[in-house]
Write a protein that binds this ligand. Structure first.
Ligand SMILES: [Zn+2]
Length: 327
């Protein structure tokens, strides 16, 4: 369990520059005002000598070192008070020269005493949504917005969907690479498969895992692109690596992509590799019977999907149509 490394590096670097910019901005404010107000310039110079003076005193510890340092500190406080007075006199806030960090908890360090700050965690999660491909969907497709009242018209369907919702939520909350199974969402269009797929992806990202979400159409388009544009000898990172590497792969709408032998081969390879490495997937499909799956792909894929994935049947009427009627 760890945030996706490239996201971490990117966010960490952003924190470093943010911190440096805040310091530079404070220095600029100081330089600009010191140039305008000579007495302020003198105070700033004396203040910046405080550190070296203490250091110098410590180099000659003979005599009353503590007394000497206390005296320097006292002078420093007086200078700071004078600085505040001058700032106020010229209509500036007393903290005008302070470095203005974005996060008051960690001063844009990203961590406090070796523990990651909430601000950095938040940014890593946002980066995770982006990397996963759910940045646009996460706000609307999450567990909080999954509305079971759409199934109120039939108590049996409602209780079935409540069960599915609770199982998937629990799955996301307890997700663990190498331990969690893969899930297969079966059902027609508009029954909430995409909603719960994205909701699971979102929660698993928040729990610091590397997740990739995509429609089968887009995922296989990437494989096609690679097959026809990248020579086998090219060892550079490719656009399909993420589908093998991520902790959780969420593939939406399997069965809506263009049918081809190549797609069957890509899919088998992907399923085989990920299952072999204990890396879970959530696949949703509108193919709802074993026959339909085998007919569209082949026996091997059928036995993988039906034998090694935990199936959840989505029931009910097209929620999208019900939403339109509700408006
Ligand atoms: Zn912080």
């Amino acid at each position: 369990m760890a945030f996706y490394r490239p996201d971490y590096v990117r966010v960490k670097n952003a924190f470093t520059s943010k911190k440096e910019e805040a310091k530079a901005a404070s220095e600029e404010r100081r330089a600009a005002l010191s140039a305008e107000i000579p007495e302020l310039d003198s105070i700033c110079r004396q203040l910046s000598a405080t550190g070296p003076r203490i250091f110098e005193a410590a180099l000659h510890p003979e005599g009353d070192l503590e007394g000497k340092i206390a005296a320097i500190r006292k002078e420093n406080e007086a200078l700071l008070a004078e600085q505040k007075r001058i700032l106020a006199e010229h209509g500036y806030p007393e903290d005008w020269f302070d470095v203005k960090y974005e996060c008051p908890i960690c001063n844009d360090e990203g961590n406090v005493d070796g523990v990651m700050c909430v601000c950095m965690k938040k940014q890593l999660i946002e980066a995770g949504y982006e990397t996963a491909g759910i940045a646009g969907l996460a706000a609307t497709h999450n567990f909080e917005t999954f509305d079971l009242s759409y199934y109120d018209y039939d108590s049996e369907i409602r209780s079935k969907m409540k069960y599915v919702f609770e199982r998937v939520k629990n799955y996301a909350e307890t997700f663990k690479v190498g331990a969690s199974p893969s899930l297969l969402f079966l059902g027609g269009t508009g029954l909430g498969k995409t909603h719960l797929s994205v909701a699971a992806a979102k929660r698993v990202i928040e729990l610091q895992n590397y997740v990739v979400y995509g429609t089968a159409q887009n995922i296989f388009a990437d494989f096609e692109h690679e097959k026809f544009n990248k020579p086998y000898t090219d060892q550079s990172p490719s656009r399909t690596d993420k589908y093998y590497e991520c902790d959780l792969l969420v593939m939406d709408d399997l069965g809506t992509e263009l049918k081809s032998q190549a797609v069957t081969a890509f899919l088998y390879n992907l399923l085989n590799t990920r299952l072999g490495e204990g890396k879970p997937m959530i696949i949703s499909t509108n193919l709802t019977t074993a026959d339909a799956i085998v007919e569209r792909y082949d026996e091997r894929i059928g036995s993988r999907l039906l034998g090694e994935f935990l199936p959840y049947k989505f029931a009910g009427k097209d929620v999208r149509m019900l939403k339109l009627k509700k408006r």
